[in-house]
Ligand binder design. Structure first.
Ligand code: HEC
Length: 219
């Protein structure tokens, strides 16, 4: 009985960490979001910094907050994420001015801090896997989910050099990262939640033996 209870609590802890987001819209592909998968979040952050941050900011996030949340060391943060002029406490904003962006793309690339909530994880995941060549468009690309999109297919070299599964994984990690960015507190809550559950489990076992000890002479 006791053992089963402890198992149930631990199972809940594991299940709570990941959820497969099922899309309401049937045109969207479902994506496995897992905020406890640190390696995935770190890879997503690296892809974002290399391929997206030149146009899109995530201005609700600071570099050092992200590094702390995702377990990115100070050295890696400085060598892989920060420009020489940037400091760890800077917000993850984009260098391009809005006027320049409008001039180049016709539309300013939006800030992506909340994109996983304003669209959905499934939307972002499907969007990044729906680019196709279109010779008539300004960028040379169009998107099956977002017609006449002003954004070029910035991941096309990655897609070209990967299998379908590999590319899906890159985009999934990137989406996972954007889900974290849209609600960083969720990650912290999750981490606290795990400790609460472990404490509860250990405490339950202790309480059980303590009770046995107390009642031993009475029975
Ligand atoms: C060269 C600049 C550029 C880069 C780099 C870029 N984007 Fe974009 N992106 C844009 C522009 C411009 C738009 C606006 C498209 C429109 O409204 O037609 C956009 C739109 C988007 C949207 C849709 C926003 C919405 O809801 O309207 C998402 C999501 C997005 N980008 C994600 C990304 C991700 C993820 C990356 C990195 C892999 C990335 N972008 C890299 C220029 C860029």
């Amino acid at each position: 009985m006791m053992i089963r209870l402890v198992f149930a609590i631990l199972l809940l802890a594991v299940a709570g960490g990941s959820y497969a987001a099922g899309g309401g819209d049937e045109n969207l592909d479902s994506v496995h979001i897992n905020l406890s998968d640190r390696a995935s979040l770190q890879k997503g952050a690296a892809t974002f910094a290399s391929y997206c941050l030149s146009c899109h900011g995530i201005k609700f996030m600071r570099y050092n907050r992200m590094a702390e949340d995702l377990g990115i060391s100070d050295d890696v943060l400085r060598s892989n994420f920060l420009q020489p002029s940037q400091k760890p406490g800077d917000v993850m904003d984009v260098n391009m001015s809005e006027e320049d962006a409008k001039r180049w793309f016709g539309t300013a690339p939006p800030d992506l801090s909340l994109i996983a909530r304003s669209r959905s994880p499934e939307w972002v995941y499907t969007f990044l896997r729906s680019f196709r060549v279109d010779e008539n468009s300004n960028t040379g690309w169009d998107n099956d989910l977002f017609a006449d999109v002003a954004m070029p297919h910035v991941l096309y070299r990655v897609q070209e050099n990967s299998t379908r599964e590999e590319y899906d994984r890159v985009v999934r990690d990137l989406t996972n990262f954007l889900v974290y960015v849209a609600e960083p507190a969720k990650l912290v809550r999750y981490n606290i939640g795990i400790w609460v559950l472990i404490f509860t489990a250990v405490f339950t076992v202790l309480a059980y033996y303590l009770k046995k000890e107390y009642w031993k002479d009475i029975h």
